[in-house]
Design a protein around this ligand. Structure first.
Ligand code: 13P
Length: 283
């Protein structure tokens, strides 16, 4: 099947009261594991890459891998640029046939974030590619950007309404207490804030930083209106665990063997997360 627009997937999720898992891939094995897991559970899925992953390989390389793996799959798959750091990178992702992009202006002032998000949305509209933007700051470390948990600013509901109306974006990532990477204690999500945002904003809402968030909290966020859940760190950990365990055998030197072990771990994890998102058999 050809890749689909993530907006299509998110709107179906919003209507069906479930979420689509968006999984960060770092290499071919992770792309394969994510698609295999989704195929096995008849689930829609979003594969995404951050700027540092795109630097490591390239947009075209990831596009080629995802298109190739998706070709024979009978499930809807979208390819998304996660945390697009500039207008130019978003444009390059569109040129590389990514099917949605995120412009991350969350480090900028409210006004500047609005300006850059609007600019990307205007261009992407011409290409018919949906845009995700972020308001408020998800804590932790994503790529090379570090935000201390104390300084992480939660999304202001009234600003969210204004931001969505002004920019014309298709989905909004909100900050309600999650952080990228792992947590020191148990994360406390601000569900009241999520409800307030949901009441004021009708477009699909996105939860970043889901690694390490208890399944029950993710499920509750979905019942309150989250339609896309981003997972990255736990996939990296799963891949590395598989590789490390395989390499404990000092006579093993075939990359297919140890990378294959990483791939199996990622597939199991993604299947678990798809169940948490409630997207099994939603195609
Ligand atoms: P985690 O690394 O915490 O899963 O966050 C993923 C994410 O939000 C990617 O955008």
């Amino acid at each position: 099947m050809a890749l689909v627009s993530s907006l299509e997937l998110l709107e179906m999720a919003q209507q069906g009261h479930y979420a689509v898992g968006a999984f960060n891939a770092e290499n071919m094995e992770m792309v394969q594991a994510i698609i295999e897991a989704a195929k096995e559970l008849n689930s829609p899925v979003i594969i995404q890459t951050t700027p540092s992953t795109v630097d490591y390989a390239s947009l075209d390389m990831f596009r080629a891998m995802v298109y190739e793996e998706a070709k024979e799959a009978k499930i809807p798959i979208a390819l998304h640029l996660d945390h697009g750091s500039s207008f130019e990178l978003c444009q390059a992702a569109i040129n590389a046939q990514y099917t949605s992009v995120m412009i991350d202006g969350s480090k900028l002032s409210f006004e500047m974030n609005m300006e850059v998000s609007k600019r990307v949305t205007q261009i992407e509209k011409l290409a018919n590619v949906p845009v995700e933007a972020e308001l408020g700051t998800v804590g932790g470390k994503e790529d090379n950007h570090v935000v201390s948990e104390k300084d992480a600013l939660y999304t202001n509901p009234l600003q969210a309404k204004e931001f969505v109306e002004e920019t014309g974006i298709q989905s909004l990532a909100i900050a309600i207490g999650t952080a990228h990477g792992f947590y020191k204690g148990e994360p406390k999500l601000d569900f009241d804030r999520l409800k307030e945002i949901r009441d004021l904003v009708s477009i699909p809402l996105v939860l970043h930083g889901a690694s390490g968030v208890p399944d029950e909290a993710v499920k509750k966020a979905i019942t309150l209106g989250i339609c896309k859940v981003n997972f990255a760190t736990e996939l990296r950990v799963a891949f590395t665990k598989g590789v490390r365990e395989a390499l404990a055998d000092i006579n093993l030197y075939d990359p297919k063997k140890y990378n294959g072990a990483g791939r199996r771990e990622v597939k199991q994890l993604v299947m678990d997360k798809i169940r948490v998102c409630g997207s099994v058999d939603r195609i």
